[in-house]
Write a protein that binds this ligand. Sequence first.
Ligand SMILES: NC(=O)c1ccc[n+]([C@@H]2O[C@H](COP(=O)([O-])OP(=O)(O)OC[C@H]3O[C@@H](n4cnc5c(N)ncnc54)[C@H](OP(=O)(O)O)[C@@H]3O)[C@@H](O)[C@H]2O)c1
Length: 254
Amino acid sequence: MKYFIITGTSRGIGESIAEQLISPNHYLYCISRGKNADLVRKSKNIKYYEVDLNQFQQIESLMESIFNSIDFSKAVGIYLINNASIIAPVTFIDTAMISDITQNINVNLIAPILLTSLFIKNSNKYLIEKRILNISSASVKYHHPGMSLYSAAKAGLDVFSQCVGLEQNHSIAPVGVVSIWPGMIDTNLQREARNQDKSTFPSANLFQNVKDAGMLSTPEETAKQIIEFLFKTDFEHGTVVDIYDYSKVQQTYD
Ligand SMILES: NC(=O)c1ccc[n+]([C@@H]2O[C@H](COP(=O)([O-])OP(=O)(O)OC[C@H]3O[C@@H](n4cnc5c(N)ncnc54)[C@H](OP(=O)(O)O)[C@@H]3O)[C@@H](O)[C@H]2O)c1
């Protein structure tokens, strides 16, 4: 049995990843605030945790519950996909509320850090395939006024993945860690970016143009690419990997 812990499975890329991973040989632990009842209906091998990752005090007991239910005598692999994310607040930093600032960093950076730490700690003694994919973003490289928190959190996630990758080179039962930039995908997160007030988020037009030009990938296509990457023989451990061709998007800037 392969075990998968996936955050952000109520919609978008996370939902598609979970759907495509459904198999009698896979067991899925799905995490988001809202339960995805359609997903749960599709397989007996899903346990759903309705957890708010902003409440990071709950993460230790969440991982304890997950690891207690894994049958390691049958496990051939265990995987963590840190996918949950929020783009809000999309605003210049001097107009952001303190609670929104901390929520963004909690969900986008602190929660994946805690989940990674607990994943490694709880799986330390098992010599099976162990991999973590941190879903990051090209927003680390392409900056927009009003998206400083999202970009900073994802940049932090990339550096974190690379550093933990180096640490795992010292382990006798290493966990592979990769940060992945998935591209631009037609999800709620994109909708939120293009629907912002143009006076407070000047790049809203750019996000609209990308949508209008048909440059967005579907969550299904992206999930397929992410899963292919997750199972690759050469996992590119300790790196940041861009799986999208950004030259297409660059044209909209010209
Ligand atoms: N879409 C793009 O163009 C794009 C581009 C680059 C990178 N990405 C990355 O791809 C990943 C997936 O994004 P998406 O586009 O699929 O976004 P999405 O459709 O908005 O889905 C986000 C998911 O995260 C969950 N989530 C948000 N806040 C949470 C919280 N406090 N606690 C638990 N779960 C929470 C949501 O569930 P609930 O609301 O039910 O909690 C939802 O399932 C993210 O890491 C994002 O940064 C997306």
